[in-house]
Every structure is written in structure tokens, then in C-alpha cells.
Design a protein around this ligand. Structure first.
Ligand code: UDP
Length: 325
């Protein structure tokens, strides 16, 4: 198989590239390095079956050629990270909406399967945890920038599903829940790399709000395994799946304590109001837990790596190279 990964030099994309190469696929990556990095794909560059193009997916002629050569397109290129989204809303909306439009249009021309990575953000403020794929999406007002991310990804989902319904394009939508692991940077606001860096540097761990909001964290290799499984299973076509880990729902305050323990850190924990961390009127999700029954029924998925091990691996990633801190 020949796979194209848009955003393949990103945290998730580079792990997916690794997995596909391991299973014998030819892998092409397109990435503009806006949030990805060459370092992420450094170890893959020497492999004969690995190819990369540093370019934006907005460059349609380049993207068209890459799509033509692929059997399947994993569309990961997107604006990600709550901090980035709050700071660059125009770029977020344009990248997420126009980028996906181009990928789907070009894939449709040549009838190529597309695996679209969406996000649990689309559930918005829904409080019906665990979130089921057929549950309602509850957004805040358009004046609150955070929701533009959820809405842009929801539009992507609508468009992918529309291509399937109207044009029979084989698509699969994966809604990813707080994916973490080595190579994820704290630069765009993600909590685990931020806490780990803070703990290792002896800086205070910055818990936003009162820290009672909860998340479930999924290890990146569990996620890429499911992206591959979904790409291969004919039963996944035209469907939306949650991909996450439902074993441990943890409050962000408990997470800060846990990171300190695993990193043997003496750091303090500091509560930072949302308006200081992001912007005035910022709205967070209070709980986010996936319902994985649909995914389990199809692929037999069980998340393999649990929170303590996830934290240990992220800690090892940062301690193995001081320049990452
Ligand atoms: N968070 C935090 N401190 C940080 C970064 C994030 O308390 O330094 C909080 C954030 O406000 C949210 C949770 O941790 O409630 C998860 O944030 P992240 O950006 O990792 O993912 P999200 O679930 O918001 O997409």
C-alpha cells in the first residue's frame, strides 16, 4: 500500500508514518512544518519507502500529485492546540476548512480513501459523558474563539460524510481524544508535555481554573494502531469513531500531582485563572470521556498503554535530551 499522510511531520503523523513503514507500506508525507518538525521524521529519512515534501496542503498542484500516487490518504494536517487556536483564529479556520476541502476534492477525483482525523473538541460543552458518536455537539457562541476549532473540525466531518453519501467516496472519520506521547510539544498548550517540562525544571505546574476539569489520555501508539485498523476495515467506511482511552478519567489537578510523583519533582502547583492562561471569557470542557463501544465492536480495540506508563515515557523523552526542556 502507498499511504499519504498530510501533517506527517507532526507528533501524531510521525508516529503513524513509523507504524505504516513497519507494516511494509510506502509512506509519503506532506507537511509545512508550521507545528511539525524535521526532527520528528529524522529517523525515518533514511528509509527507502519513506518520502517527504515540505509544503503546505494549500498548494494544490503539489497535493494533487501526492494524492494521485497514494492508495489511502491520512489527513492529519490541521491547526491544533488550544493556545494556537486562541492566538491565531483566522489561520485555524482557514487551514482546517480549506485544507480538508482540497484533500477531499482531490481524493474524490481519483477515488482514493481518506481517513480524516477529527477531535473530541467537536463534542464541545456536551455533558452527556461518555461521549457517543451519535450524541449532540454543544458549541458556545461565535464570540468565543475556542469554539471555532470545534466548528471547523465539525465542518470537516460534515464534508467528508457528504462526499461519502453523495459521491460514494470511501472516507472514515476518527475523533481523537487527548492523544499524548513522545514528540508532542508543550508549545501549543497541551497539558502533559507542559506539566512534565515544568516538573523537570522545578517550575510551578500551571493548573488552569480550579483543576476539577477532567480528561482521559491516550497513548499515541494506541491511536495510530486504530487509525491503521480503521483504514483497513471495510466496515469503517462512511462512519465516525471515537478513538481514545476510557480506563482512567483524571482531574487536571490530580494529573499535576501524578506528574510530580512520577518525575520525583518538588515543584509547586499553581492555579492559573482561564482568562490569564488563554483569554477573557475562555470556556473549557468540564469532562471529556470517550464511549469506545463502536470502535471495540469493529476492531476489538483495547488501549494498551495506561496513564502512569504514558507519563513515564513522556518524562523519559524529555530527560533523554535536555534541549527538549
Ligand atoms: N491545562 C492546564 N495547564 C496547562 C495546559 C493545559 O491546566 O499548562 C488544562 C486545560 O485548560 C484543559 C486541560 O488541561 O482543561 C487539557 O488541555 P489540553 O490543551 O492538553 O487539551 P484540551 O483537552 O483542552 O484539548
Amino acid at each position: 500500500m502507498k499511504a499519504l499522510i498530510t501533517g506527517g511531520a507532526g507528533f501524531l503523523g510521525s508516529h503513524l508514518a513509523e507504524r505504516l513503514l513497519e507494516k511494509g507500506d510506502e509512506v509519503h508525507v506532506i507537511d509545512d512544518l508550521s507545528t511539525g518538525s524535521i526532527e520528528n521524521i529524522e529517523s525515518l529519512k533514511g528509509r527507502a519507502a519513506f518520502h517527504y515534501t515540505i509544503e503546505t496542503i494549500m498548494n494544490e498542484p503539489v497535493l494533487a500529485e501526492l494524492v494521485d500516487r497514494a492508495d489511502v490518504v491520512f489527513h492529519l494536517a490541521a491547526a491544533v492546540g488550544v493556545r494556537l487556536i486562541v492566538e491565531s483564529p483566522v489561520n485555524t479556520i482557514e487551514t482546517n476548512v480549506h485544507g480538508t476541502e482540497k484533500v477531499l476534492k482531490l481524493a474524490n477525483k481519483k477515488r482514493k480513501k481518506v481517513v480524516l482525523t477529527s477531535t473530541s473538541e467537536v463534542y464541545g460543552k456536551a455533558d452527556t459523558v461518555p461521549f457517543r458518536e451519535d450524541g449532540d455537539l454543544v458549541m458556545g457562541p461565535t464570540s468565543k474563539g475556542r469554539w471555532s476549532y470545534a466548528c471547523s473540525k465539525a465542518i470537516d466531518e460534515f464534508l467528508a460524510l457528504a462526499y461519502h453519501k453523495e459521491k460514494r467516496l470511501p472516507i472514515v472519520v476518527a475523533r481523537l481524544f487527548n492523544t499524548v506521547g513522545p514528540r508532542q510539544t508543550g508549545r501549543y498548550g497541551m497539558v502533559i508535555p507542559n506539566f512534565v517540562k515544568q516538573a523537570l525544571l522545578g517550575h510551578p505546574l500551571t493548573v488552569h481554573g480550579d483543576g476539577t476539569q477532567t480528561r482521559c489520555f491516550t497513548y499515541v501508539t494506541d491511536v495510530v494502531g486504530q487509525l491503521v485498523a480503521l483504514s483497513e476495515d471495510p466496515g469503517a467506511v462512511g462512519e465516525v469513531f471515537n478513538v481514545g482511552n476510557d480506563r482512567e478519567e483524571i482531574t487536571i489537578l490530580q494529573l499535576a500531582e501524578r506528574v510530580k510523583t512520577r518525575a520525583s519533582s518538588e515543584s509547586a502547583i499553581e492555579l492559573v485563572p482561564y482568562e490569564k492562561a488563554y483569554e477573557e471569557g475562555f470556556e473549557d470542557m468540564q469532562r471529556r470521556v470517550p464511549d469506545l463501544s463502536k470502535l471495540r465492536a469493529l476492531t476489538g480495540y483495547e488501549p494498551r498503554v495506561q496513564l502512569d506508563e504514558i507519563l513515564d515515557r513522556v518524562i523519559a523523552y524529555f530527560t533523554s535530551d535536555a534541549t527538549r526542556l
